[in-house]
Ligand binder design. Sequence first.
Ligand code: PLP
Length: 427
Amino acid sequence: MTVNKISTITYAHELEQRYAAASRRDEFYVKEDVIYFDGNSLGLLSKRAETSLLSVLESWKTHGIDGWMQGERPWFNLSEELGASMAPLIGAEAEEVIVTGSTTSNLHQLLATFFKPAEGRTKILADELNFPTDIYAIQSQLQLHGLDPADHLIQVKSRDGQTLQTEDMIEAMTDDVAVVILSGVLYRSGQVLDMEKVTEAAHARGILVGFDLCHSIGAIPHALDDWNVDYAFWCNYKHLNGGPGATGGIYVNKKHFGTQPGLAGWFGSAKDRQFDMEHTFTPAAGAGALQMGTPNLLSAAPLIGSLELMNEVGMEAIRERSLALTAYLQELIETDLADYEFTVTSPREDAERGGHVFVVHKEAARICKALKANGVIPDFRTPNGIRLAPVALYNTFEEVLETVNILKRIMEEEQYKQFENKREVVA
Ligand SMILES: *Cc1c(COP(=O)(O)O)cnc(C)c1O
């Protein structure tokens, strides 16, 4: 039997050295007997995130109510400060970013703020591949305006069931569209959309554009200001490693500062006015105006450490290592698993591929279970997708090689047949 050069441990180690700059494996809680390839669903805990969470607990312990203004990281301005640390990851200015809410609640807030159906412009354009919660939020926002989603939600079709074509998105931007909501990186295939081109085309037609960055923030660099994107929203528990249910984020382009929040609350007040306790709302000048109530500080605290770490490494280095990891994984699957009917549907072109690899197989549900039984954590996406995320900060090229070797064994020995081809409750 011949062994391909790329399938040797020597080769994996060579790659590891070449792309060592962005590896911070020692800073994370990684289990040595587990290959964790699910960082795009829930990123792992770093020691710095643990420390920053404990420090916020400590200030509660020590200062009680005075923790708002005292302690290592006073709570009153923390959402704004975290927004400022996140801004470099997405090419934004500090005041344009706020850490608040969740993906879903942030999309609701943004649509409540910026979706203003007017005569002849009443539709929202999304795509048929998006994550369900985005679609539910859009449907319910339309209904709040008395608009039937069946007529007013347009979903761009995918030609291959995996990816979207820029020209199809642009073609769907008809005169009756008010707002476009798309993802930066598609959650299944990992395709990166051309956010700049989409924004330019939408603006040329008088349409506002918002992006869901759940799978792109922390995985790819963004230049939201340069691209002139109107707004964006995301969660911080995937590539930003903020922990389960970590407080989310919102970006508002500064050209929209001053727009009255659709869902106002006292934490959206100008900081110096909030405790005037007046019944006339004075919104903050920046993205902070879109906050509602008291921030979920314990769910935001891990981000202090996590963002410090990411900013130290920098998005460019993270992206370089991430691309090398996903390219290696795709290449190995295509060469070493050629006999087993796996189809890699994440794009091969670097510019079009996000931080994970998507593989389709008709036995995907039980192959995922067999992977778990072998110490590899993927996630399964119904009906037939295996999502694998080798994360730049804590995964290695050796783990990529080992995973493909395990997959090969699972297929050769038909280990997957010991499991039912059905998803778990949380898949
Ligand atoms: C993960 C993810 C969500 C999750 O929404 P939450 O409100 O954070 O639960 C939403 N949209 C997309 C595209 C996602 O990938």
